[in-house]
Design a protein around this ligand. Structure first.
Ligand code: IVH
Length: 703
């Protein structure tokens, strides 16, 4: 048995056999421990096997297997963590890139609140470049830690969070329920040491501290997380049974008292000038802080004002991230490839000689569209002084935060002699050969192949299974693409007949590399689970151009049921009542409405949608939970409001579950008319609609 042979005595053949055996034993032990919650070997044995594997790999680096257990632990295995809904959504932040953007943010806040002048204080604190985590304490005890996930549902990483030194297990003097939110990060020193250890052990190294922190927090084995020195800064909160304070700065002080680390570069600023001054200070310290930050976050200090400001679909109105300028580097453009997206857009991608930009190696960047390559903007004006970009050129690459790197500039003095021809942008789809055309006014050339284009079909499928859409456990972008190429799944409906089609031939699925009966059955179970789907996820999942997550939510909320929506879409044509009703949804414009109609009336596309919905139970859109008398009512504001701005009135009404519309129709329930109300008030009177003045409205909503 190779298991008994000392490592320094192993021959190459024996080492190969032993590594195979260890991969198998450790793989099964991991599955037993994490998937089935039933460990089949004890910790000490597991550790010993793991060490043996690492040591053999160190002696025979060439024999390291592709499925080496050393790498397995480093790979994020999202399916292994249970999902936990956040009691309150975890928000992201809007961005500011210039002083001007920050001034606009301040004036927007003031405008919303109707306070043109007067003092308005903000906190300013570093934006930590890590990953956010929500810690739930009940009765002072840490009961749950969850990653952000899609903001509504995160991953349960409680065991791992407990290993982080900055995260207290027990709080004294905390509210009964307290969710503390903040950022998990890794210091530069710990990151360098970790990569050193990883490379010595033949493991993979991480590209940057943020990836290292994410990889370490999302370990299946919390002992590994424990061995990775993660840190945590608290900066926000979710559900609280009692407020921590009346101000952001007060709440942060409270968090410090409770034992959390709060960033010591946090300052209270009384005006924009002070905010920008503190930004400059933080930017100067950036290099010596010892951990990565990517900007400064400003938050309205007064929590009552924060509550009034509320949020947009995923970002608060009361905060903004002022990002540091993007990082730049020069490199060679090796080739221009064309990718075809979900909606047929032909996107040029720059293949680059890899170059490090802000600590990350970049080998691909976007070139936007054919005009951009030619040195023109969408109106035919010059960009980059009219310089075009060619294969072989020396180009400047630009990267800001998480966004896709861009090619920003070209140095013509470095153009090689071989680069004689400007880029000849294809006029036919490189994937399916259909014509690729540009609609007037559109900067993008699109493949006209529709669903016959493999690229479009695959991208649509990837979108369909993505996180904000069907989010099927175990069926990610890669697998759905493989299924497409194997001919198993050509359109979304096929996903839901997979089990039926493969129950007899299940061996075929099992025989895929890395698949067994359990994984096949798990996948089928996950697919079955998604046969019941939320209205907005279904609509977003269809991948209709211009219809993003926020729009899908608005539409779902407006129509309530899928059937009502389909009935409306089937009767809508430009300018009739169903069309006006669709256009009346705040946030839905003409372009989106046309795109929706086009998608549902194109015969092939519609047939595919109908084939899909046959397999589904579409949940009615959750109306916002509200016992307010205005929940579900359609409200129109007109005339001057004196107690609050129009924007605030609208946001409050929506928070209470009302729909706010811009025009009066038979569907209007309440018209709130201030002084100066004109034709809308008249129309409402004609239609016999309940009309209130501002005080009447405030009394109704109990303000
Ligand atoms: S506040 C309601 N403060 O940045 C806003 N976020 O781009 C909640 N982040 O998801 C976030 N440092 O992961 C806030 N001082 C800070 C932050 C911070 C880093 C992260 C956080 C958030 C992301 C948004």
């Amino acid at each position: 048995m190779t298991a008994d042979i000392k490592i320094n005595k192993l021959t190459t053949d024996q080492a190969t056999a032993e590594l195979a055996r260890l991969a198998d034993v450790l793989g099964r032990a991991n599955a037993a421990y994490h998937t089935d919650d039933a460990p089949d070997i004890d910790d000490a044995t597991y550790d010993a096997l793991k060490r043996r594997n690492t040591a053999i790999e160190a002696r025979f680096p060439d024999l390291k297997r592709d499925d080496s257990p050393t790498d397995q632990v480093g790979a994020p295995v999202s399916d292994a963590f249970s999902k936990v809904p956040h009691a309150q959504r975890m928000l992201s932040l809007g961005n500011a890139f210039s002083d001007e953007d920050v001034r606009d943010f301040d004036s927007g806040v003031r405008k919303f609140l109707g306070m043109a002048d007067g003092s308005l204080a903000y906190t300013a604190e570093p934006k930590i470049d890590g990953l956010s985590l929500s810690l739930r304490y009940e009765g002072g005890r840490l009961v749950q830690a969850a990653t952000r996930g899609d903001g509504a549902v995160g991953e349960n990483v409680t065991a791992n969070a407990r290993t982080i030194v900055d995260i207290p297990e027990q709080l004294t003097g905390a509210p009964d329920v307290l969710e503390v939110r903040g950022e998990v990060y890794m210091s530069h020193a710990d990151f360098a040491a970790l990569n050193q250890r990883q490379s010595e052990a033949g493991g993979k190294s991480f590209a940057n501290p943020r990836n290292a922190a994410a990889g370490s927090l999302r370990q299946l084995d919390s002992r590994i997380t424990k061995s990775r020195p993660l840190r945590f800064f608290a900066y926000a909160w979710g559900e609280v049974s009692e407020p921590l304070s009346g101000t952001q700065s007060g709440a942060l002080k409270m968090l410090v008292k409770l034992g959390f680390s709060v960033n010591d570069q946090t300052r209270l600023c009384t005006d924009v000038a002070a905010m920008l001054a503190h930004y400059a200070v933080i930017e100067q310290q950036r290099a010596t802080l010892g951990y990565d930050i990517d900007g400064v976050v400003y938050k309205v200090d007064d929590l009552a004002l924060q509550a009034r400001l509320g949020m947009r679909s995923t970002t608060p109105r009361w905060a903004i991230a002022h990002k540091f300028p993007a990082e730049l580097a020069w490199t060679r453009l090796e080739a221009i490839d064309i990718q075809v997206g979900r909606t047929g857009a032909l996107s040029p991608v720059a293949r680059l000689t890899p170059v490090t930009v802000g600590g990350v190696s970049v080998s691909n960047a976007t070139l936007h569209n054919e005009d951009y390559i030619a040195g023109k903007d969408s109106k035919g004006g010059e960009i980059r002084g009219g310089k075009d970009i060619r294969e072989g050129d020396w180009v400047q690459v630009y990267r800001a935060g998480d966004v896709i790197p861009k090619v920003a500039d070209v140095d013509l003095s470095q153009r090689p002699e071989s680069a004689t021809e400007p880029c000849d942008f294809p006029k036919i789809c490189p994937i399916c050969g259909s014509g690729a055309i540009r609609e007037p006014g559109d900067a993008v050339r699109r493949c006209t192949g529709g669903l016959i284009c493999a690229a479009q079909a695959v991208e649509k499928l990837k979108h369909f299974v993505s996180r904000g859409a069907f989010d099927i456990d175990g069926l990610g972008a890669k697998l759905v693409e493989e299924f497409y190429h194997d001919g198993w799944v050509r359109e979304p409906a096929d996903i839901f007949t997979l089990e039926e089609r493969f129950s007899s031939g299940i061996k075929q699925l099992q025989n895929r590399e890395g698949w067994g009966e359990t994984s096949a059955n798990n996948l089928f179970a996950a697919i079955r689970e998604r046969k019941t789907i939320a209205f907005d996820r279904l609509l977003f999942g269809l991948g209709i151009r211009h219809v993003g997550e926020a729009a899908a939510r608005l539409i779902a909320r407006h129509y309530g049921t899928w059937d009502a929506f389909i009935a409306a879409i089937d009767t809508a044509e430009e300018a009739n009542a169903a069309w006006e009703d669709l256009m009346g949804i705040d946030g839905i414009g003409e372009v989106m409405a046309r795109s929706l109609l086009a998608a549902f009336s194109a015969p092939a596309e519609r047939a595919a949608i109908d084939r899909l919905t046959e397999h589904l139970i579409v949940e009615d859109a959750a109306r916002p939970q509200s016992d307010s008398p205005v929940a579900g009512k359609t409200v129109v504001f007109t005339g001057t409001l004196e107690k609050m701005t129009r924007a605030e009135a609208k946001s409050r009404a929506e928070a209470l579950g009302a729909k706010v519309s811009g025009s009066v129709s038979a569907k209007t329930d309440i018209l709130v008319a201030g002084p100066g109300a004109g034709s809308k008030a008249k129309k409402a009177a004609d239609l016999g609609i309940n009309t209130l003045d501002e005080d009447g409205w405030l009394a109704l909503i109990g303000a």
